[in-house]
Design a protein around this ligand. Structure first.
Ligand SMILES: Cc1cc2nc3c(=O)[nH]c(=O)nc-3n(C[C@H](O)[C@H](O)[C@H](O)COP(=O)(O)OP(=O)(O)OC[C@H]3O[C@@H](n4cnc5c(N)ncnc54)[C@H](O)[C@@H]3O)c2cc1C
Length: 443
C-alpha cells in the first residue's frame, strides 16, 4: 500500500508517522514544494550565523502519547530543553510590564468584585454566536466590557460582534486573573477560567503537568528537522523542492531535481492547509469572501546585552498595533549570554517596518524595564510572514468551513488534514490532535 502526502509541515510529517505506526512496511512519500520541511514551524539562518524562529514556537506536551513521542523525536533527544516552570510569561497592561502573569491585572475594584461574583455562579452554557456574546457569557459583562472585548477589538481591529468566539484563545487571553488567594478560592467552581495571581508562587499542585520544550541547538528548526530525519531513517521518502504538475485518480506527476516523475499511490493526503489544497484541486477561492489576515512582521534582533527581565515572552495588550509579542531567547534557553529577542508586529495595512519603528520599539522595551537603558542593537532583520496573522472573524470561520467542505467533496477518497480542515483546528496541538483523532478513519 502506498501513501503520498502533499505538504511537509508538521501535519504532513505527523501523518507519515501515524501511517508508519499503523503499518511499518507502508510505502510513504511526502512531497514538499519548499526547500525545507516544517512549513510555518521553521527558522531563519542568517549568514552572520544567527538563528531565529519564523515566529514564536515554544512546544508543549499535549498529553496524547503518540503526539508527544512524535514531537520529541529529535536526535539526540538530549538536545531538547524543558523549560523550568514552563518559562515565565507576562504582558503590558495599563502601561506597565506585568511580570506576574500574561493575563491583565485589573486594578478596578468594582470590575474585580463583579467578575468574581459572576464566576461564582457562572453557567457552563456559553453563547458562541460571536466574541461579544461569548465573553459576556463566560466572564460576565463587567470584565468583558472593560477588558476582554476592547482588547480583542484592538488586536484584531474589528468589532467584537464580527469576531469569532475563539479569537481570545488565539491571543492567549482565555482566563481571568485572580487577584488574591481568597478570590481564587471563591471563584473555584470556575477554576478553568481563572489564572493564578503570581506564576512564581503557584503551588505545584496547580501547575500544568505538561512541560514546555525547545531545542538547545536551532530551536524549531532542530525539532522539525530531527523529526524528518527520524522518518527518513524509518523509510519515509521526503521530496523537497517538488512542484506538482497534475493529480489523477491514482497517480501524481511532479517536477523534482530537474526531472519529471510519476508517483503511483493507493491513498493521497493533502496536508497543505486550506488555500493551497483548494488551489491544487482547482477550487475557486475568489468566490469565498474572506476578511484579510493581519500583516505579521517579526523583527529578529541581537542585542548588546540580554534582557534584564525574567520573562520568556510577553504580550502587549495596550497597543498591539504597535507590537504584539516579544520573545526573550535567553530565558527560553536559560543562557545568560544569549542576547536574541524577537518582536512580532501586527498591522492591518501593508506599511513595512522601518528603522525608525525598530528604534521606537527598543526605546519602549527600555521604558518598560525589559532591557537595560545602555542596551544597543548588534543586528536586526525584519521578516514578513506571507500567510499573515489569521483574522478570527465569524465571516472567515464560515468561509473556511464551507471551503473545507467543498475540498472534501472534490477530494473524494483523498484526505484533507491539518490546518483548516473542516473542524477548523489552528493551534499546533489542535491540528495534531485532530489528525490523531481522525487517523483511524483515514488510514
Ligand atoms: C502567525 C501565526 C502564529 C502562530 N502561532 C502559533 C502559536 O503560538 N502556537 C501554536 O500552537 N500554533 C501557532 N500557529 C499555528 C501553527 O503554526 C500551525 O498549527 C501549524 O504550523 C500547522 O501546520 P501544517 O503542517 O498544517 O501547515 P503548514 O505549516 O502551513 O505546512 C503546510 C506545508 O505544505 C507545503 N505546501 C503548500 N502547498 C504545497 C504544494 N502545492 N505542494 C507541496 N507542498 C505544499 C508548505 O510549503 C508547507 O510546508 C501560528 C500560525 C500563524 C500563521
Amino acid at each position: 500500500m502506498s501513501l503520498v502526502i502533499i505538504g511537509g509541515g508538521i501535519s504532513g510529517l505527523f501523518m507519515a508517522h501515524m501511517a508508519l505506526k499503523a503499518d511499518p512496511e507502508r510505502d510513504i512519500t511526502v512531497i514538499e514544494k519548499a526547500d525545507h520541511v516544517g512549513g510555518l514551524l521553521y527558522g531563519h539562518h542568517y549568514p552572520e550565523d544567527y538563528y531565529f524562529d519564523k515566529g514564536t514556537h515554544l512546544f508543549r506536551e499535549c498529553g496524547i502519547a503518540d503526539i508527544d513521542s512524535f514531537m520529541t523525536h529529535v536526535p539526540p533527544e538530549s538536545a531538547l530543553y524543558y523549560l523550568p516552570d514552563h518559562g515565565y510569561s507576562g504582558c503590558v497592561f495599563n502601561g506597565k510590564l506585568q511580570e506576574n502573569s500574561h493575563y491583565p491585572l485589573v486594578q478596578n475594584a468594582q470590575v474585580r468584585q463583579e467578575t468574581v461574583q459572576y464566576l461564582k455562579n457562572a453557567s457552563s452554557d456559553h453563547d458562541m454566536s460571536n466574541l461579544s456574546t461569548y465573553c459576556r457569557s463566560v466572564f460576565g459583562p463587567s470584565y468583558s466590557d472593560h477588558i476582554s472585548i476592547p482588547m480583542a477589538e484592538a488586536i484584531f481591529q474589528k468589532k467584537a460582534c464580527e469576531l469569532s468566539f475563539n479569537a481570545l484563545s488565539i491571543i492567549g487571553q482565555d482566563r481571568v486573573l485572580s487577584f488574591d488567594q481568597k478570590e481564587w478560592r471563591q471563584a473555584s467552581n470556575a477554576t478553568s477560567l481563572v489564572a493564578f495571581p503570581d506564576q512564581r508562587k503557584m503551588p505545584d499542585t496547580l501547575k500544568n503537568p505538561r512541560r514546555r520544550f525547545y531545542s538547545k541547538e536551532k530551536g524549531t528548526f532542530s525539532v522539525v528537522d530531527g523529526i524528518a530525519r527520524r522518518l527518513q531513517e524509518r523509510g519515509v521518502k521526503i521530496w523537497m523542492n517538488t512542484n506538482i504538475m497534475t493529480i489523477n485518480d491514482h497517480r501524481i506527476d511532479v517536477r523534482h531535481g530537474g526531472n519529471n516523475h510519476t508517483l503511483e499511490f493507493d491513498t493521497l493526503a493533502f496536508a497543505t492547509s486550506t488555500f493551497a489544497t483548494a488551489n491544487l484541486l482547482n477550487i475557486d477561492i475568489q468566490t469565498s469572501r474572506f476578511d484579510r489576515p493581519l500583516e505579521h512582521h517579526v523583527i529578529h534582533m541581537v542585542l548588546s546585552h540580554a534582557p534584564i527581565s525574567e520573562l520568556a515572552f510577553f504580550y502587549n495588550l495596550d497597543r498591539p498595533d504597535h507590537f504584539f509579542r516579544v520573545t526573550n531567547y535567553s530565558r527560553i534557553l536559560n543562557a545568560a549570554d544569549d542576547t536574541r529577542i524577537s518582536i512580532e508586529v501586527l498591522r492591518n495595512d501593508q506599511t513595512p517596518i522601518d528603522d525608525k519603528d525598530v528604534r521606537t520599539y527598543l526605546a519602549d522595551l527600555c521604558t518598560l524595564g525589559f532591557i537595560h537603558p545602555s542596551t544597543s542593537i548588534v543586528f536586526h532583520r525584519t521578516e514578513r510572514l506571507a500567510s499573515g496573522f489569521p483574522m478570527m472573524t465569524n465571516k472567515n470561520r464560515q468561509a473556511l468551513s464551507s471551503l473545507a467542505i467543498s475540498i472534501e467533496k472534490v477530494a473524494g477518497d483523498h484526505y484533507f488534514l491539518g490546518r483548516g480542515e473542516k473542524t477548523a483546528p489552528f493551534l499546533q496541538s489542535e491540528v495534531l490532535a485532530s489528525i490523531h483523532k481522525h487517523f483511524t478513519h483515514y488510514i
